[in-house]
Design a protein. Structure first.
Length: 156
């Protein structure tokens, strides 16, 4: 860096400030209209009441320490869904795991397979992976089956 040239030029020029855009008046914001439709009886619909119940279930099953054997790191704030909630549309304790942040990424990337995660849950609940998949599938109204190291969901 040529400090002499910078000093002769009068120092390092400061960047120009960006001009702020004027805020739009509140009257331009769209207002949501209440739909007036009761969606609580729909099979796949979620209402705020159901979401609060689901959150209470997840909060009950949180652990403070990672559930992966041999790890003593703190668990993530929240739960990891072994089968993505998008695939089975439910919250159930058999589908929860509380890994640390490192193991959470490994679970998401498939380094720790879904079958291995369910084996941890089976050991925790003194049952088998097959029984957990059967119970979870009955609760969700789907069929769960093992395909290699993944657990597949069949709606039918």
């Amino acid at each position: 860096m040529d400090y002499q040239a910078i000093a002769e030029a009068g120092g390092i020029p400061k960047p120009k400030k960006k001009q702020k855009k004027p805020k739009q008046p509140l009257s331009y914001k769209r207002k949501k209209k209440p739909s007036g439709v009761d969606m609580s009886n729909l099979p796949l619909g979620k209402t705020n009441r159901i979401q609060r119940v689901d959150e209470a279930i997840r909060r009950t099953y949180r652990h403070k320490i990672c559930q992966i054997p041999g790890c003593t790191k703190p668990a993530i704030d929240g739960v990891h869904h072994i089968i993505q909630k998008v695939d089975i549309i439910i919250d159930h304790p058999l589908n929860f795991l509380n890994p640390c942040i490192d193991h959470h990424h490994e679970c998401d990337e498939g380094i720790i397979s879904q079958v291995d995660q369910f084996e941890l849950k089976a050991h925790e609940n003194n049952t088998t992976v097959e029984q957990i998949l059967k119970d979870l599938g009955e609760f969700a109204g789907v069929v769960l089956y093992v395909d290699g190291e993944r657990v597949k969901v069949f709606r039918g």
